[in-house]
Design a protein around this ligand. Structure first.
Ligand code: KE4
Length: 427
């Protein structure tokens, strides 16, 4: 069933650390051999052994309209013929910036980069340069990419591998990263009160997706907004996952809260390497070459990445019904999974918002990193491989959100629910 993947993985491990170019792909927390993918189309992945999978990773979010969506593929083909990079400004970058601003109206200015990590690390540097303060607050289990400042009690692969302190992140860096529990507003207020006038920014995943999917409790984000207004702290919404996925205006639009700076990735690139950060003009004007907060990138605004992202975002903006369709499909999946999990008879909880969803084998609600960590990883491992063997590809970690794409049909959802019912019998 996985012969060629096994062979390729053995070869890969000779040349690539852990055989993968990003740790979460390695199946470390669920065991077994990572699948090597040959191609994908719509909602389906095909591995090198010819097995087909219904895909609920969607490349960790970007493939919101499904794989190989024709307008993006043909746009890339057309633009690649005109060279793949210039290292000089293009009209397309202006159009992309204007499109982003039209979808997130509190973004006065935006800078393109090549990953979510770059977007988040640039936003933090900018907040520090703007406020003249050093410390930041992040939340346990939130993941903002692999820049040093964020590898303190982080989510995603850092949580998956239970890495408490990341070697190479110096005490000089980590001392300026303060942490609090997500959804614990009093806890954040206590941390802020302990460092009056020293905190440059609070960075938060408005809807957490790196501990599984965890929703903000009523009042939590509003409380962060009020705290930042009171203390002159820059509020940064890391919308790398939620941006352009939960709504055209992302979590800001869906939840009705405005941040000072936003970071984006994933969907914004349509599968190509793109990130962005943007927000209030008085803050963004501190970025070089306007200001002295230096930030740069050889391939920032790359024409191929821009046309892929622009083509996708344009569709999402012009056809907002996509979001209702995605949510209806996710609710249908949630309700179907709820039925088979209830029939299975052991403890579970399902978290869902928009087209983000996760199943936790937990007796308690999952509202923060502690409760996410308390769920049974052993049960998740069995569930993951049972689903995989039957043709459903879930994120290979309990500390990840599942992502639906709009190419999924209700027949795919029914098949997923049926397979889940069978898979649960193996736990
Ligand atoms: P990248 O540098 O991986 O493009 O983005 C970092 C990042 C920033 N902020 C949030 C909220 C994110 O979810 C991410 C990246 N997400 C992980 C999946 N949980 C990427 C998958 C991987 O690491 O391979």
């Amino acid at each position: 069933m996985y012969t060629k993947s096994k062979e390729l993985f053995e070869r890969a491990c000779l040349s690539i650390p852990g055989g993968v170019n990003s740790p979460v792909r390695a199946f470390r927390s669920v065991g077994g051999t990572p699948l090597f993918i040959k191609r994908a189309q719509g909602p389906y992945l095909y591995d090198v052994d010819g097995n087909r999978y219904i895909d609920y990773i969607a490349s960790w979010g970007p493939m919101i309209l499904g794989h190989a969506w024709e307008p993006v593929v043909s746009a890339i083909r057309e633009y690649a013929a005109w060279s793949t990079s210039y290292g000089a400004p293009t009209e397309l970058e202006v159009e992309m910036a204007e499109l982003i601003r039209s979808m997130a109206p509190n973004i006065d200015m935006v800078r393109m980069v090549s990953s979510g990590t770059e977007a988040c690390m640039s936003a933090i540097r900018l907040a520090r340069g703007y406020t003249g303060r050093n410390k930041i607050i992040k939340f346990e289990g939130h993941y903002h990419g692999h820049a040093d400042a964020f590898l303190v009690k982080a989510g995603s692969g850092v949580a998956t591998f239970n890495i408490q302190t990341v070697p190479g992140v110096t005490p000089g860096v980590s001392q300026d990263t303060l942490t609090a529990a997500y959804n614990d507003l009093e806890g954040v207020q206590r941390v802020a009160a302990a460092y009056p006038g020293e905190i440059a920014a609070i960075i938060v995943e408005p809807v957490a997706g790196n501990m599984g999917c965890i929703l903000p409790q009523p009042g939590f984000l509003e409380g962060l907004r009020a705290l930042c207004d009171k203390e002159g702290i820059v509020l940064i919404f890391d919308e790398v996952m939620t941006g352009f996925r939960l709504a055209p205006g992302g979590a800001q639009e869906l939840l009705g809260i405005r941040a000072d700076l936003l970071t984006y990735g994933k969907v914004i690139g349509g599968g190509m390497p793109v990130g962005a950060f943007g927000g209030r003009r008085d803050i963004m004007e501190k970025i070089a070459p306007l200001g002295n907060v230096y930030q740069a990138g050889t391939l920032s605004g790359n024409p191929i990445a821009m046309i892929a992202g622009y083509t996708l975002l344009k569709e999402l903006k012009n056809n907002p019904a996509i979001y209702r369709q995605l949510e209806e499909k996710t609710l249908y999946l949630r309700d179907g999974l709820d039925k088979v999990l209830a029939a299975w008879g052991q403890p579970y909880t399902i978290n869902q918002l928009g087209s983000m969803i996760s199943v936790h084998f937990s007796e308690h609600p999952v509202t923060d990193f502690a409760s996410a960590s308390g769920a049974s990883n052993e049960k998740f491992k069995i569930f993951f491989h049972s689903m995989l063997r039957r043709g459903v590809y879930l994120p290979p970690s309990a500390f990840e959100s599942w992502f639906l794409n709009n190419a999924l049909s209700y027949a795919d959802l029914d098949e997923t629910i049926r397979i889940a019912g069978e898979s649960l019998k193996e736990i």
